[in-house]
Ligand binder design. Structure first.
Ligand code: GDP
Length: 296
């Protein structure tokens, strides 16, 4: 792991030929390479700057451990700091509330929101033996409600019957009502996607939130998202208030710098990651795996 960065830093330290504690010059030279690695992984600039500052404070004056070279020492400090920032503790979904527990799913169109809704339902059903109701509030994309119904059928999870013409806020209210009357533990509300941050849809989501009072509001973001991740995460967090992030398409070859950018701007944990198209391809977030990818 981190062959790219280790190699690059190894070259620098071969040139410097320093031993003992890491000097400021050593660290500065190494951090230039780290900065490039982060930018290449599409981490947003403010997050890169803050990260570099944090590593610098930790690294300068650190004794180089016996048996490793200064380059490897810096890589270790960088890696550990990255894992810490990404969230050293794995945070699971918060289900500490009276049923039915509403989970609100948010995100741009195509981020994997509907698939992730079904994945979470399957996980809660299988692992936690929860009775889950799926409800699509996406009345804009004609096939969206049907897509969720089919996913529910394939996985044996109930979905809220569609009433043609009903508006999203009304669907949310009905979903919670059915959740209460029929004894569901969890109600997953899949909101409409959007191509970009859109005022009308944001106002709609806020109205849905106020009706459903979600215990979890999860922002679903494709790992391929680059600099946009900051705008998306900031907007959803400021307008709706998110409780966590789900990163999808970790099975692809994205470097996943968006994870660090989003942590930086929202401070909210990345709770889960999507590892494929199948409904069981969902895992707890592994900061060390993403750290490895970001460092390259
Ligand atoms: P939505 O518009 O946000 O609801 O997105 P969808 O759930 O419809 O997903 C869009 C596409 O991405 C679908 O083809 C999904 O199968 C696919 N997808 C979702 N999550 C993942 C994932 O973790 N990995 C991969 N490879 N594909 C995914």
């Amino acid at each position: 792991m981190f062959d790219g960065l280790t190699g690059r830093l190894g070259d620098i330290f071969d040139r410097l030929r320093k031993r003992g504690a890491l000097s400021e010059d050593d660290v500065n030279a190494a951090l230039r390479e780290v900065r490039i690695a982060l930018l290449e992984a599409d981490v947003a600039l403010p997050a890169v700057k803050s990260f570099i500052q944090g590593v610098k404070e930790k690294a300068i004056g650190t004794e180089v451990l016996r048996g490793i070279n200064p380059g490897q020492m810096v890589v270790k400090i960088v890696h550990d700091h990255l894992v810490e920032l990404l969230g050293a503790q794995v945070e699971d979904l918060d289900l500490n509330a009276a049923p039915p527990i509403p989970i609100l799913m948010l995100g741009l169109q195509g981020s994997g929101k509907t698939t992730t809704s079904a994945k979470i339902a399957v996980r809660l059903k299988k692992r936690d033996k929860k009775k889950v109701l799926l409800a699509s509030l996406d009345t804009r994309r004609p096939a969206a409600q049907e897509q969720l119904r089919i996913l529910g059928e394939q996985t044996g999870v109930a979905s809220l019957p569609v009433i043609p013409g009903q508006q999203p806020v009304e669907i949310a209210r009905r979903a919670m009502e059915v959740g209460r009357l029929e004894g569901y533990d969890v109600v997953i509300l899949d909101t409409a996607g959007r191509l970009a941050i859109d005022e009308e849809l944001m106002a709609e989501v806020v109205a849905i939130r106020d009706v459903a009072r979600p215990v979890e509001s999860l922002l679903v973001v494709d790992a391929m998202t680059g600099q946009d991740a900051v705008t998306v995460a900031t907007n959803f967090n400021e307008r709706v208030g998110i409780t966590g992030i789900v990163m999808t398409r970790i099975d692809g070859d994205a470097r996943g710098g968006a994870a660090l950018s989003m942590r930086h701007v929202t401070g909210k944990p990345i709770k889960l990651m999507g590892m494929g198209e199948k409904t069981d391809a969902l895992e707890p977030f592994h900061p060390d795996r993403i750290a490895g990818r970001i460092l390259g």
